[in-house]
Design a protein around this ligand. Structure first.
Ligand code: ATP
Ligand code: MG
Length: 320
C-alpha cells in the first residue's frame, strides 16, 4: 500500500475573475472551483489517476471537515484524515486573472494540532505500516507540529521498514537528509538552500546520493537529474506550452512514486512522471493532468545516463 501524509492541508478556493484584479473595486468572479492544497493530497490525486491504490492521511479541522472530505471524494482520493477539534482547515483564496495574466493568493493561518492528534497519527502508522509499503510525507507542518515531531514521524516510518519519500523544504528537508530517507525531490531553490560553502549543485547531489536511495532534482521545464543505484539520469522534459506550473512537482512526485512502487523501474518511473507533469503544466488547475495526453508525451521524454557509478566514483576521488 502507498500512504501519503499531508500534515497541513488547505482548501483551495480558485476564484476566476471576469477582469484583471483591481483595488477599490468590486472584482466579479465568473467561476469558483475548489481543490485541496497541501502537497501529499496532490500526490494521492496523481497516484489515483494512474489507478494505483493509496490512502491519503493527515490532519484536517473539524469545523469544515465535511467540505474538506467532499472535495477529496470528488477527486476520487481515498482518505482517512484525523479531525482536529475546534478548528478549521485553512482556506487559500486564489484570485486568477483572465487570459492567464497571473494570480494572487491569500492563505489563512494553519490549524493547530495537539499532542493527542500527533499521537493518533503515530499509532495509526505503527499499527498499519509494513516493510513493503511506501509513504510520502509532503508539504509544510501545521502550528503545534514542531521539527522534533516531524523527526518522530519519519522515524516511526523508518522503523516499520517502509520506503520513505519526502517532499519537504527548508529545515524539514534538511532533517529528511540527515535521517537518510529513501527519496527526496528538491527543486532548484530547495537544492540551493541545502548547499553550504563552495559546493556545486552536482557535487551536493552526488554527496546526498551516498545516503539517499533515490534523489530527483527537478528543474522545471528543463527536466530533472536523478541519482539512483550509482547512476545519474539526465531527463529532458517534453516541450509543451505552459499555462500554470504550480503543482508540477507534486504531480511528478505522485506519478513517479506510483510507477516506481508498481515496477521498481527507474527509467519507466522517470518517464511517466515527466509526462504527467508536462501534461499538468498545460492546464490551469494546480493538480489536474490528462492520462491520455501523458501517454503520448511519454514518447518525447529523453533520458541520458550520464556516468555509471557516478556516486561511487565521486566518493573515491574525493580528497576527504
Ligand atoms: P511545485 O512545488 O509547484 O509542485 P516544483 O518547483 O517542486 O513544483 P518543478 O521543478 O517546477 O517542481 O517541476 C517538476 C517537474 O515538472 C520538472 O522536473 C519537469 O519534469 C516538470 N515540468 C515543470 N515545468 C514544466 C514545463 N514548463 N514543461 C514541461 N515539464 C515541466
Ligand atoms: Mg515542490
Amino acid at each position: 500500500m502507498i500512504y501519503t501524509i499531508t500534515l497541513n492541508p488547505a482548501i483551495d478556493r480558485l476564484v476566476f475573475l471576469e477582469e484583471p484584479l483591481a483595488k477599490r473595486k468590486n472584482n466579479r468572479a465568473r467561476e469558483i472551483r475548489y481543490d485541496i492544497g497541501g502537497k501529499g493530497t496532490h500526490g494521492s490525486y496523481a497516484m489515483s489517476k494512474l489507478k494505483v491504490a493509496n490512502l491519503a492521511l493527515g490532519f484536517a479541522g473539524e469545523q469544515n471537515f465535511a467540505k474538506f472530505t467532499q472535495i477529496l471524494a470528488e477527486k476520487a482520493i481515498s482518505h482517512q484524515f484525523l479531525a482536529v477539534p475546534d478548528c478549521a482547515t485553512r482556506e487559500s483564496i486564489i484570485l486568477i486573472d483572465p487570459d492567464n495574466l497571473g494570480s494572487a493568493m491569500v492563505t489563512e493561518p494553519s490549524l493547530k494540532v495537539s499532542v493527542k492528534e500527533k499521537q493518533s497519527l503515530l499509532t495509526f502508522l505503527a499499527e498499519h505500516l509494513k516493510p513493503e509499503d511506501m509513504v510520502l510525507v509532503a508539504g509544510s507542518q501545521p502550528e503545534g507540529f514542531e521539527l522534533a515531531d516531524l523527526k518522530e514521524l519519519l522515524t516511526v516510518i523508518q522503523k516499520a521498514g517502509s520506503f520513505l519519500a519526502c517532499d519537504l523544504s527548508d529545515e524539514a528537508l534538511q532533517l529528511a537528509v540527515e535521517l537518510a530517507v529513501d527519496f527526496i525531490k528538491p527543486n532548484e531553490f530547495e537544492i540551493e538552500a541545502l548547499i553550504d560553502g563552495q559546493q556545486t549543485i552536482e557535487e551536493k547531489l552526488a554527496d546526498l546520493a551516498e545516503k539517499i536511495t533515490c534523489i530527483v532534482a527537478s528543474r522545471g521545464s528543463k527536466g530533472c537529474l536523478c541519482y539512483y543505484g550509482g547512476n545519474q539520469y539526465k531527463v529532458t522534459a517534453p516541450k509543451v506550452s505552459e499555462i500554470n506550473d504550480t503543482g508540477a512537482g507534486d504531480c511528478f512526485v505522485g506519478s513517479f512514486l506510483a510507477t516506481f512502487y508498481q515496477t521498481q523501474d527507474i527509467e519507466a518511473s522517470l518517464k511517466m512522471a515527466s509526462a504527467c507533469a508536462a501534461s499538468k503544466v498545460q492546464h490551469e488547475d494546480s493538480s489536474f493532468f490528462d492520462v491520455t495526453e501523458a501517454n503520448q508525451l511519454i514518447h518525447s521524454v529523453e533520458i541520458q545516463i550520464e556516468e555509471e557509478n557516478y556516486a561511487i566514483s565521486n566518493r573515491k576521488s574525493s580528497p576527504s
